[in-house]
Design a protein around this ligand. Structure first.
Ligand code: GLU
Length: 416
């Protein structure tokens, strides 16, 4: 996990943008800190009869554009700084996509891999009992993130509905279909990212057919991205990694078989007796596209960035590149599709889920994909155009587009 303080990284990125946009200091002061940070203690009865107390967070960064929106992470190394950074990035993510939503994020320090289903359910319900007054369909709408899933969302929604005395499907998104989920939500982060990659390839005149892909982080988003890279473009996935290490086969990997190996052994390492590589070694491979999907904030630092040979980096995870890493990549002409643009497909379909919940009317998968494609394509080009107009890198450009919109909302609301 974090080798750098992710919130300091997020603040540095924002200051960089403030300079480009020549923002007033008073505006910057408001944008530099979350509006509200809540920390709760959640007592949970464990299976062995003891009671364990877990620390939970919800950070509500900015709601100038609409209700706070963002996932909840269950992670053993969760920190308030990570949640703070992620809540800031959610604010920019919703804004760059033009969604009527603000940014927030939640987290619980726990290791779901070591908990039983019953313990996880009690923790999920406890999180809601501790925070229900601060969240709600038009206040703050959570969603899944690292190590949380549709089942956890269903328990949380059920707990909230019980407290409210009525069904409240709109409390959060990423729910199972049968309780108000949206079609297309599962692979939406990866699919959205691949739409931006398709647009980037057009601008860069890069042929994705037969292009070599390295996927960093063969988890949920990473696995979908690998499959879509083949399906949508005829690309060739030559390397994948997970928390235990990476594998490389220049002839291309069979994604289905690698997934099966991972399901059996809990890692991609060892597949087909391939040599185990470190993340750094995988990042330095001769590939065309790197999909950075591992929850490893700051992994692409200055030193690592210098070794990258790929033409495009799709940041499907949040915060994979440090500001120093960014400078090197820009200088070397590596096209970065920055995290809060590249991985915005998830929250975009979450927004569609909110709309469908409100209307109690559900869309077909084709409608969801079509709307997602239009939204991602439009946002990619808005950012690309800003990068040309201001002569800045893609991350700075994404900030420019996103921050401008939040500032405009704060101004008309009379906050600054
Ligand atoms: N956790 C996802 C993200 O970081 C989705 C958030 C949401 O759907 O609210 O973008």
């Amino acid at each position: 996990m974090a080798k750098v303080n992710p919130f300091e990284m997020a603040q540095q990125q924002l200051l960089d943008c403030a300079k480009i946009l020549k923002l007033d200091q008073s505006v910057v002061n408001v944008l530099m800190q979350p509006q509200r940070q809540i920390q709760v203690s959640i007592p949970v009865k464990m299976d062995d009869g003891t009671t364990k107390v877990f620390q939970g967070f919800r950070v509500q960064y900015n709601n100038a554009l609409g209700p706070y929106k963002g996932g909840i992470r269950f992670h053993p190394e969760e920190t308030i700084d990570t949640v703070r950074a992620l809540s800031a990035w959610m604010t920019w993510k919703c804004s760059v996509l033009g969604l009527p939503l603000g940014g927030g994020k939640g987290g619980v320090i726990c290791n779901p891999k070591e908990m039983s289903e019953g313990e996880l359910e009690r923790l999920s319900r406890g999180y809601i009992r501790a925070l229900w007054k601060n969240i709600g369909p038009d206040t703050d709408v959570p969603a899944p993130d690292v190590y949380t899933n549709g089942q956890i969302m269903a328990w949380m929604m059920d707990e909230y509905s019980t407290i409210q005395g009525k069904n409240q499907f709109g409390l959060l998104t990423g729910k199972p279909l049968v309780v108000g989920g949206s079609l297309g939500r599962n692979d939406s982060t990866a699919r959205g990212g691949m739409f931006t990659l398709r647009e980037a390839a057009k601008e860069l005149k890069l042929n994705l057919k037969g292009a070599k892909f390295a996927i960093l982080g063969f988890g949920n988003a990473g696995t979908y991205a690998a499959t879509l890279a083949e399906e949508m473009f005829g690309g060739k996935v030559v390397a994948v990694t997970d928390s235990k290490g990476g594998i490389y086969d220049e002839k291309g990997l069979d994604i289905k078989k690698v997934s099966e190996h991972k399901a059996k052994t809990k890692s991609v390492v060892g597949y087909n007796k391939l040599k185990k590589l470190t993340n750094e070694e995988v990042l330095a491979l001769p590939v065309d596209v790197i999909v950075a999907a591992a929850p490893d904030e700051g992994a692409i630092n200055e030193k690592v960035a210098k070794t990258i040979k790929a033409k495009v980096i799709c940041e499907l995870a949040n915060g994979p590149t440090t500001p120093e890493g960014d400078k090197v990549l820009y200088k070397n002409g590596v096209h970065v599709i920055p995290d809060f643009l590249c991985n915005a497909g998830g929250v975009t379909v979450s927004y569609y889920e909110m709309v469908q919940n409100m209307y109690m009317h559900y869309w077909t998968i084709d409608e969801v994909y079509k709307k997602l494609d239009e939204a991602m394509t439009k946002s990619y080009h808005a950012v690309y155009d800003a990068s040309k107009e201001y002569k800045i890198n893609m991350r700075q450009a994404a900030y420019v587009v996103a921050v401008k919109r939040v500032v405009e909302a704060m101004k008309v609301r009379g906050w600054v």
